[in-house]
Design a protein around this ligand. Structure first.
Ligand code: G3H
Ligand code: 13P
Ligand code: ZN
Length: 308
């Protein structure tokens, strides 16, 4: 069933687990995610980026997500806009039936981020839609925005309190050392858990969001490279760090890169091992199964199992 994230987050917060927010771009990814969540009995956030909208056409993604809702009415599904860059894209998603939108004003200064977020909150709340905002800057690439290494900035705990109070947002993405993509750390992975704990204490009961939370599981990187890929030096957030964050105030964990790696590794393998096959179903069916398996593994790590 289509829901917003309010009850999901409350249950997750109280239960010390987190909801997986998975990015989608096509039918197989959506099918793999919903099959995994149905099997694990887990509520889920299906999220669509501006890049996904450009790639697939927003109508197709919305209809495919509606199909997932129809196929598995027992699974609570939030339809979420990931990294909305301006009020306009947020309004479009609110108007087309999304239950949750993210306004990402993190690249603006504090006051402009507040102004923009407030504008979106007013519109979304008037239409019964919840809003995720972001304070602090993650490094890495998302759509057309690239934040260079060393130019990210961690979330200030006092500013976070002021930001939430003044904007009325429903959840807050924070920067504690994660980043988007497959190359998160050049040395040892490190997250600022002290900062996370302070923010959690200051914003008691308020749902926090961890972006850039893929683990970049070595087995999948190696499989890509084994079958003709070239992604050396990829490194993500270790799974024990993700679990630790879910025990603090983090209720939503964003995962895209790990799904991409699982799908690509499988497609590479299938094409390499079956060179005579030219039927896309031959390699997309196992790729879809690989997405499902990865999602189920993630749900275990997030502690989000048997929560329907
Ligand atoms: O935040 C970034 C997500 O992984 C979405 O990626 O903008 O390439 O669709 P994308
Ligand atoms: P990853 O690149 O770590 O999967 O992060 C995805 C994300 O934060 C989407 O908003
Ligand atoms: Zn993100």
């Amino acid at each position: 069933m289509l829901v917003d994230t309010k009850e999901m987050f409350k249950n997750a917060y109280d239960g010390g687990y987190a909801i997986g927010a998975f990015n989608v771009n096509n039918m197989e990814i959506i099918q793999g995610i919903i099959a995994g969540c149905a099997e694990k009995k887990s509520p889920v956030i299906i999220q669509v980026s501006a890049g996904a909208r450009k790639y697939a056409n927003p109508i197709y993604l919305r209809k495919l997500i509606e199909a997932a809702i129809e196929e598995h009415p027992e699974v609570p599904i939030a339809m979420h806009l990931d990294h909305g860059a301006d009020a306009d894209i947020c309004r479009q998603c609110v108007d087309s039936g999304f239950t949750s939108v993210m306004i990402d004003g993190s690249h603006h200064d504090f006051e402009e981020n507040i102004r923009l977020t407030k504008e979106v909150v007013e519109y979304a709340h008037a239409h019964g839609v919840v809003v995720e905002a972001e304070l602090g800057k993650l490094e890495g690439v998302e759509d057309d925005v690239k934040v260079a290494s060393g130019e990210g900035s961690y979330t200030d705990p006092d500013q976070a309190v002021e930001f939430v109070e003044r904007t009325g947002c429903d959840s807050l993405a924070i920067a504690i050392g994660t980043s988007h993509g497959a190359f998160k750390f050049s040395g040892d992975p490190q997250l600022d858990f002290e900062r996370l704990d302070i923010i959690t204490k200051k914003l008691a009961g308020f749902p926090l969001v961890l972006h850039g939370a893929s683990t970049v599981i070595p087995e999948f990187v190696e499989k890509c490279n084994q079958y003709g890929g070239n992604i050396p030096g990829a490194k993500g957030v270790p799974e024990d760090m993700i679990s630790q964050a879910t025990k603090s105030g983090v209720c939503k964990v964003n995962i895209d890169t790990d799904l991409r790696l699982a799908m690509t590794a499988m497609i590479r393998k299938e094409l390499a091992e079956n060179p005579a096959n030219f039927d896309p179903r031959g390699y997309l069916k196992p790729a879809r199964a690989a997405i499902q398996e990865m999602v189920m593994h993630k749900l275990d790590i997030l502690g989000n199992v048997n929560h329907l």
